[in-house]
Design a protein around this ligand. Structure first.
Ligand code: ATP
Ligand code: MG
Length: 258
């Protein structure tokens, strides 16, 4: 299984929207896909239609009680896409794990040797705390949604520093599969300028595919559906399908054949 953390410590940049829709796109392309909600807000769970009352097992159980991953996976309504939901308890995990010795490797231990899925996306919370560190410790690579706004690059350099520290301390092979520009608005000149700056700075690391600002993407979670199912033909859904194709192109060879 290849594990991709969808992370950016900045809030509201499109992490969850990206995690849900890229996971759906991969499942639709025939990949056995797992989505792990690692955010106490539980937006990915709600957005996939897993209501709070139905979250009997969650990512909290994996991190704090060391329940096996297999026992925390629930099915979604989408064939080929399973989920480990999150509950509000997870906000306590940061504190509960603070004095635990292997606190940054709980998730990576749970994922090691897991065989039921070919690809896994982890939806991270908007912070660089223990939850995100667990995701970065468990991931093969990182997918970074970046909103084209003035402070985007500053936030990104902080994230890249954290990635370097994680590589030095506990996950030397952690890569960055790409940065995806989200909520792109062609009519806004600042958006264009930031996009140009990001591409100048980071080159090929930035995906060609750009996710436009699209109201259908923001409506879909209130129906408990990925936008790709809610309206597969809207501009946002089409952009996520394009992103998925590009992502597959960047996966190691042996995975592409899956
Ligand atoms: P958080 O940091 O709180 O976890 P996030 O980075 O996961 O946030 P999302 O929840 O995906 O970000 O998006 C923030 C808000 O913007 C949501 O209301 C979402 O529906 C909306 N949104 C995300 N992407 C788009 C888009 N491309 N066009 C329009 N609205 C979007
Ligand atoms: Mg989110």
């Amino acid at each position: 299984m290849i594990t991709i953390a969808v992370a950016n410590q900045k809030g509201g940049v499109g992490k969850t929207t990206t995690a849900i829709n890229i996971a759906t796109a991969m499942a639709a392309t025939g990949w056995k896909t797992l989505l792990i909600d690692l955010d106490p807000q539980g937006n990915a769970s709600t957005g996939m239609g897993v209501m709070a009352a139905d979250r009997e097992v969650s990512s909290y159980d994996i991190l704090v009680d060391e329940v096996s991953l297999r026992d925390c996976v629930s099915k979604t309504n989408i064939p080929g896409l399973d989920i480990v939901p999150a509950t509000v308890d997870l906000s306590g995990a940061e504190v509960e794990l603070v004095s635990v010795k292997d606190r940054t490797s709980r998730l990576s231990r749970a994922l090691a040797g897991h065989h039921g899925h070919e690809i896994c996306f982890i939806d991270c919370p908007p912070s660089l705390g223990l939850l995100t560190l667990n995701a970065l410790g468990a991931a093969d690579t990182l997918l970074v949604p970046l909103q084209c706004e003035f402070f985007a690059l500053e936030g990104l350099s902080q994230l890249l520093q954290t990635v370097e520290q994680v590589q030095q301390r506990f996950n030397p092979d952690l890569g960055i599969i790409g940065i995806v520009l989200t909520m792109f608005d062609r009519r806004n000149r600042l958006t264009d300028q930031v996009a140009d700056d990001v591409r100048d700075c980071l080159g090929d690391l930035v995906f060609e595919a750009v996710i436009p600002r699209n109201v259908r993407l923001s409506e879909a979670p209130s129906h408990g559906l990925p936008a790709l199912i809610y309206d597969h033909n809207c501009a946002g859904s089409r952009a996520y399908m394009t992103l998925a194709r590009e992502l597959i192109g960047r996966l190691p060879e042996r995975r592409k054949a899956a």
